[in-house]
Design a protein around this ligand. Structure first.
Ligand code: CU
Length: 448
């Protein structure tokens, strides 16, 4: 590979032929004409100050993406330039029914809206700071003039409270990228100042076309039960794990029709964690990172993709199996809500008459956890004000003993409205797990 380094690949976009020769000299190999990759062929944008393409139109130049639980940024076109406006402000945000917090967001929401554009688009993004603190915006993974990169102190002075800054560039690549504050990152990203960017190819190769194109930002928060401010000082004990700032059971499903080609663009801007995202019922291929498309010959099948913090991963599959398929982070503590970790291990404890003896001192006392945490999903215990149970969403059979970074891909033969939850999948008679009958046990010689 002559393009192993990001910078080299980037340059290859502009001076492909010259670079191939140079790299071959360095590696001592004979120069051969490296095939141009599909995503390079698609490139058509100008360098800053040079002509750019006309603004790409939804429906004509690209199929819009869906950000479940979030939203897409609106823009207007002024003299051929797409103009966006991000307002940084304090926002009341609901993570799941019963849990709200005062966060920092963009345009009245947490996280920021997905910025969607087409390669070759010229964009101008105004950023108005309505916080009490200075801020900046960094455009993660995007090729920009250095002065637009948004690192406070390094590329610009921070945007003071009440000020509006202007960023402007031409998208010269396509893919899945992110944006986030680059001033006092630890505080500002933990408070919610992050968002996704999707850039579609100007001339998409046939394999780019999908029917459903989802965008999911993974993040983590520390919100102690009963409080309503995320704690940015937390370093390891994050207790709210989110997809587009929603924690299960607050995460909306990803609705697909049987046979749909599906892309899921995962971004991770968690403070301290990577997330292995696992999809049930399917395998997918990892087709892109925030460094660009992965050539088809280098894509491999997976059912779990690790999304390191500060990275994006695009996965694709064909939704050919109807059902309600779980998709979640496979770190088991990341599918819990507001889990406290300073608790004793009660597994196997036999409390005997202990509860009875404690109750004169603590009237509501109940020994819990001897059989694990699952029962907490069904107990409907009273929670501290503004907090949610560690696990538990209502399912069609029982409580779903999951929380946090968990959602459901709902694949149906008929879909009237992709934006509407189709309810629970009805498992066809005789195809589900069920209580074994005495006849089954006898036939197979199973003694219990
Ligand atoms: Cu995780």
């Amino acid at each position: 590979m002559v393009d192993g380094k990001g910078l080299t690949r980037r340059r290859a976009v502009f001076t492909g032929a010259a670079l191939v020769g140079g790299a071959a000299l360095m590696s001592g190999k004979t120069a051969t004409a490296a095939p141009r990759r599909t995503w390079e062929k698609s490139y058509s944008g100008g360098e800053p100050g040079k002509p750019h393409d006309p603004p790409g139109q939804a429906g004509k130049d690209y199929q819009p993406t869906t950000t479940p639980g979030g939203r897409t940024a609106s823009f207007k076109v002024v003299d051929g330039v797409k103009v966006f406006h991000l307002v940084v402000e304090e926002v009341e945000h609901e993570f799941a029914p019963g849990l709200k917090a005062t966060c920092w967001g963009y345009n009245g929401g947490v996280h920021g809206p997905t910025i969607e554009a087409v390669e070759g688009d010229r964009v101008r993004v105004y950023v108005t700071n309505k916080l009490g603190a200075p801020t900046t915006v960094h455009w993660h993974g995007v090729y920009l003039p250095n002065g637009m990169d948004g690192v406070g102190g390094l590329n610009q002075r921070a945007i003071g409270p009440g000020e509006t800054f202007k960023y402007e560039w031409t998208f010269r690549q396509y893919g899945t990228f992110m944006y986030h504050s680059h001033h006092d990152e630890m505080t500002q990203m933990s408070m919610g100042l992050i968002g996704m960017i999707v850039v579609h190819p100007r001339r998409p190769p046939p394999e780019y076309r999908v029917d459903r194109d989802f965008v999911i930002m993974l993040s983590e928060w520390a919100i102690k039960p009963g409080t309503r401010r995320p704690d940015p000082n937390e370093m390891s004990d994050f207790n709210i794990l989110t997809m587009n700032a929603k924690a299960f059971p607050g995460t909306p499903p990803l609705v697909c029709k049987t046979g749909d080609r599906v892309r899921i663009r995962l971004g991770n801007l968690s403070a301290m964690d990577h997330h292995p995202i696992h999809l049930h019922g399917y395998y997918f291929k990892v087709v892109a990172t925030d460094g660009g498309q992965i050539p088809p010959s280098a894509q491999w099948p997976e059912t779990t993709v690790l999304v390191p913090t500060g990275s994006t991963r695009d996965v694709e599959f064909v939704a050919d199996a109807p059902g309600d398929w779980a998709m979640h982070c496979h770190m088991t503590h990341h599918v819990m809500n507001q889990m406290g970790h300073g608790i004793p291990n009660m597994i196997g404890v036999k409390p005997g008459t202990f509860d009875k003896r404690v109750r004169p001192l603590l009237p509501a006392y109940m020994t819990m956890g001897q059989e694990g945490m699952g029962e907490m999903a069904t107990m409907h215990m009273k929670n501290p004000k503004n907090s949610i149970p560690m696990v538990g969403g209502d399912g069609p059979y029982d409580a779903i003993t999951m929380g946090g970074m968990f959602t459901i891909v709902k694949v149906r033969d008929q879909v009237a409205d992709y934006d509407k939850d189709p309810g629970w999948y009805e498992i066809p008679e005789g195809t589900g797990a069920d209580l074994a009958s005495a006849a089954d046990l006898a036939r197979d010689g199973i003694s219990v």
